[in-house]
Design a binder for this molecule. Structure first.
Ligand SMILES: [Fe+2]
Length: 458
């Protein structure tokens, strides 16, 4: 029986209260682990016998509470995007000079392929409501620059649609996707919702890579988000192309969730003017409050954000807002491109969730390697900052804490990689009306049974 919001009211509310291995942030702790490493009944710091890691329940639940970020709060140290890995042995091709996947030799040109237009408004994060800032407000339509007023975190929630690509840019991108359908297609079973996915274009298309590293674009994003952004170091995600099934979907294109990367920017490449459904809806209250309410079938304030026309982008701090995409009711194919970004500041978390990456990237199996690389890069930049900026002191205690904080963070990520900590989190299965942690089986209808056109050739 569905309630008025379309959700089954039979959800077990206990799943929100720290039983069954779930905490209130949706993290799941491994079953069958030793009592000392079982977090569900233990809010005190836990020492792993073999790793000497001191990790708290809170630190996993909220990355910002990690010692490294607490200790270095207030430091704004933007770093360069993560360099590409060695080409040899990579499961995806990394072409050099041209846009090979488009079948052309088009080189990205920010003056030709971009057509940047400012958003009319942005919404700012809040507990019970999201403030709207329009273009005529003091700062314009943008978040506060990171600083003491925002505790050095961006208060950006999401933007209204703004023009990103020129017509020429849209055309090149469509060709890249068309020519990437076969060898870059993700595992259809691993997507969350009714769609096919293409991943890994950051590696396989120099055009896409150059687009995301465009100085003009990065400056533009910084203005909106209040902090400098880099392409998310989990490159497989950036972008991910979602293609809804032609003929409509019975279930949502994407279920209620928040993202496993810090920032996301979504651009539609298909003409939506004739399309019914496929709307992005974003809850305008704290994400955890919103998820609990939706799971209980209660009303939640939300905003439908329209893309308006192809080539427009909606930028969001997707890790901090609960959102979903409604079912597509028309026969039109909906092609969306989801870019992922992270704070350039190495003292802010990129918020990668390895469990999600492993599921989404089941075809290329890059999740572990990317997780390893991005955390190595962060540590390298943190240590470089320490070397160049920490002034003389003989306070061994203070210096020791600085070193330990990066050590503990690396140990945490290492334990996640080893499978000793499960960092999965919950999403709403809108068809079943319950919260689930394994979204591999989410679809919302029988459309997954339809033979899909992307055949993996390698
Ligand atoms: Fe999302």
């Amino acid at each position: 029986m569905k309630n008025k919001n379309g959700f089954n009211g039979s959800i077990n509310p206990k799943s929100l209260n720290g039983v069954n291995g779930h905490d209130t942030n949706g993290h799941v702790f491994e079953k069958g682990t030793e009592p000392e490493s079982n977090y569900k009944n233990n809010k005190k710091p836990v020492a792993f016998s073999t790793h000497e890691a001191i990790l708290t329940h809170k630190q996993i639940k909220e990355p910002h509470l990690n010692e490294l970020y607490q200790l270095n709060a207030g430091i704004y140290h933007p770093t360069k995007p993560l360099p590409l890995p060695a080409f040899e042995g990579m499961p995806v091709p990394i072409p050099g000079g041209f846009c090979e996947k488009s079948g052309t030799t088009v080189i990205f040109d920010e003056d030709v392929h971009l057509n940047l237009g400012k958003p009319e408004y942005v919404r700012l994060l809040g507990q019970n409501s999201f403030e709207t800032r329009d273009a005529s407000s003091k700062l314009g339509a943008r978040a506060d620059p990171v600083g003491p007023a925002t505790k050095y975190r961006s208060n950006f929630a999401f933007s209204g649609p703004f023009q990103l690509l020129s017509d020429a840019g849209i055309e090149v991108f469509r060709r890249i996707i068309q020519n990437s359908k076969v060898d870059m297609a993700g595992d259809s079973k691993s997507s969350r919702g009714n769609k096919r996915i293409i991943r890994g274009l950051y590696y396989s298309s120099k055009w896409v890579r150059d687009l995301q590293n465009s100085p003009k674009l990065r400056k533009f994003f910084e203005q909106i988000a209040g902090e400098e952004l880099v392409p998310h170091p989990s490159f497989s995600n950036s972008p991910q192309v979602n293609i809804s099934y032609a003929g409509g979907t019975k279930g949502p294109v994407d279920h209620w969730h928040w993202d496993s990367v810090a920032y996301t920017g979504v651009t539609l490449l298909s003409d939506m003017s004739q399309m019914k459904g496929g709307n992005l809806e974003i809850c305008t209250v704290n994400k955890e409050v919103a998820l609990e309410k939706i799971a209980r079938g209660e009303h939640v304030e939300k905003q439908t954000v329209m893309y308006e026309k192809p080539g427009k982008m909606i930028l969001a701090q997707g890790s901090e807002v609960l959102h979903h995409v409604t079912p597509v009711e028309s026969k039109q194919e909906r092609i969306s491109v989801i870019f992922a970004f992270a704070p350039a500041n190495c003292f802010q978390p990129a918020k990668n969730v390895l469990d999600t990456m492993r599921k989404l990237d089941a075809k290329h199996n890059l999740g572990d390697y990317e997780y390893f690389r991005e955390n190595s890069w962060q540590a390298l930049n943190v240590l470089e900052y320490y070397l160049k900026n920490v002034k003389y002191t003989n306070d061994g205690k203070a210096l020791g804490r600085k070193l330990q904080s990066i050590g503990e963070l690396l140990t945490y990520h290492g334990l996640v990689l080893e499978g000793k900590i499960n960092d999965s989190f919950q999403v709403m299965d809108e068809e079943a009306g319950k919260l689930v942690t394994d979204f591999s089986d989410l679809n919302g209808g029988d459309s997954k049974n339809v033979e899909h056109e992307y055949v993996h050739l390698n």
